[in-house]
Design a protein around this ligand. Structure first.
Ligand SMILES: CC(=O)N[C@H]1[C@@H](OP(=O)(O)OP(=O)(O)OC[C@H]2O[C@@H](n3ccc(=O)[nH]c3=O)[C@H](O)[C@@H]2O)O[C@H](CO)[C@@H](O)[C@@H]1O
Ligand SMILES: C=C(OP(=O)(O)O)C(=O)O
Length: 455
């Protein structure tokens, strides 16, 4: 399922933007103000949670990104009525949920990983669910073994068919003691979305505790769930008989905020990111400051800027929350090519997240990627054949080139590279970026970027 090397274009323009290429004249600082909406990594799951309610839910600050459109399509295939309220608001009415055909689910699954999170809610509602071939960024093998094991613990029967995976729960779902071998975000969400209506108590240990998961817990509590978050990654859920719909404003997208912060630093710019908040970005802000970036925290957002002077190298090890988020490293690497000295990024969450650096090397960056763990943090990829530690020597000047976007965050980092480079670059396959960055073309315009679009 979801092997690397599949054509990235399958999940680019088809579901995103009607643009494939951007030609960028680099070297102009990005300056101005942009506004964030809700987090891709929360909004899509909140949409799935609406299936659990007996009444409609209202979700606010929903970004217009292709992952949201995919989840909307999947909900509709299952009979959930999804309507647009005021700008950025979705009303999700699950009163007519029904079984969908595997072929319809497959046709709508697109480039997102979210279809797997439909399992618990659909097993509760209908007694069966199907998992199609999943999308998401090609940054590692991304198996779903934890998800399947978790669902089996709740009493689901998992059958692998030629057309995908079928789940059923003839005896209903019951609370379980579940332990994750690694604090997986998706598997933790799988447990939450399944346990809230399961019969009895679920104790999850080894849970992920990302802010988006905490916001999903806020939503489930609004719906009537009973969830306790203990210390040491233990979450307890007391199953209830029914849940209501929710009204909720989604948590801001901290990954998008970090991406624009990195763009400000790499282009010598100054970007006010409306809606960004300090609490969820503490770890990023520390690293941003160490590299030489500056920021001002205001009530309605955070201003990120290059204060002048040389940038400094840093050692980063990506990790689960509260560590340095893996989705932040790719955009920040562009600023590190401009820092004086040697930076190291040890990627411990995904085994193959450095595919994007080949294009940067072509543009003049000095980056070597190694199989060894260049850091002290426990990592599942040491002694295996994965190039997961990058050594970036700087400062180097980037020069314009023709480059192709490999994945979502790598794609945004390619945009930053082109914006900060001398001369002209053509960045193709930019449709993927619309998976997670709302209106990024308009935002680039607002920030004064010099570019042209090609269909
Ligand atoms: C839509 C969404 O929210 N995506 C985010 C989510 O992805 P996602 O939920 O897919 O990421 P996980 O936290 O589950 O994955 C982390 C690691 O666990 C492994 N694993 C996961 C599940 C499983 O069944 N077996 C297994 O081995 C993965 O291959 C990976 O190496 O969290 C990641 C880590 O913060 C982020 O980078 C993604 O942006
Ligand atoms: C890896 C990411 O997303 P997904 O899990 O949706 O592929 C990401 O947002 O950087």
């Amino acid at each position: 399922m979801n092997t690397l090397g599949q054509d990235a274009k399958n999940h680019g323009t088809a579901v995103g933007l009607n643009v494939d290429k951007i030609t960028i004249n680099g070297g102009k600082p990005l300056r101005g103000r942009i506004e964030l909406k809700g987090a891709k990594n929360l909004v899509t799951k909140a949409m799935v949670a609406a299936i659990l309610g007996d009444t409609p839910s209202v979700l606010k600050d929903v970004p217009n990104i292709s992952d949201v459109r995919i989840v909307r399509g999947l909900l509709e295939v299952h009979g959930v009525s999804v309507t647009q309220g005021i700008e950025g608001e979705l009303i999700l009415d699950p009163s007519a949920v029904e079984t969908a055909h595997m072929a319809d689910i497959d046709a709508h699954a697109g480039s997102s990983r979210i279809p797997i999170l439909f399992c618990g809610p659909l097993l509760h509602r209908l007694g069966e669910a199907f998992i199609p071939d999943l999308g998401g960024c090609r940054i590692g093998d991304r198996p779903i073994d934890y998800h399947l094991e978790v669902l089996r613990n709740f009493g689901a029967i998992v059958e692998k068919l030629p057309s995908g995976i079928r789940m059923s729960a003839p005896g209903g779902l019951h609370g379980a003691k579940v332990s994750l071998p690694y604090p997986s975000v998706g598997a933790t969400e799988q447990v939450l979305l399944t346990a809230v209506l399961a019969d009895g108590i679920t104790e999850l240990s080894g849970a992920a505790i990302e802010p988006e998961i905490m916001d999903l817990i806020n939503i489930l509590q609004k719906m009537g769930a009973i969830i306790t978050v203990d210390t040491d990654r233990v979450i307890r859920i007391e199953g209830v008989e029914k849940l209501e719909g929710y009204t909720h404003r989604a948590l801001f997208d901290r990954n998008e905020a970090a991406s624009w912060a990195a763009a400000a630093l790499a282009t010598d710019g100054d970007i006010f990111v409306g809606g960004a908040r300090q609490a969820e970005m503490l770890t990023f802000l520390n690293v941003f400051r160490k590299v030489g970036g500056d920021f001002e925290i205001q009530e309605d957002g955070i201003r990120f800027f290059h204060p002048g002077g040389e940038l400094s190298p840093v050692i980063i090890e990506t990790d689960v929350h509260p560590g340095f988020m893996t989705d932040w490293q790719q955009p920040l690497v562009i600023a590190l090519t401009k820092a004086k000295g040697v930076s190291i990024v040890h990627e411990t969450v995904y085994e193959q997240r450095f595919g994007f650096v080949d294009a940067l090397v072509e543009m003049g960056a000095s980056i070597e990627v190694h199989k060894e763990c260049l850091g002290g943090r426990a990592c599942r990829f040491g002694q295996r054949n994965f190039k997961h530690s990058a050594v970036i020597s700087g400062p180097t000047k980037l020069t314009g080139a023709d480059i192709e976007v490999p994945d979502l965050r790598g794609g945004f980092s390619h945009l930053i590279a082109a914006l900060s480079a001398d001369g002209r670059s053509t960045v193709s396959n930019v449709g993927i970026i619309a998976r997670g960055y709302e209106n990024f073309i308009t935002k680039l315009e607002l920030l004064g970027a010099d570019f042209e679009l090609e269909g």
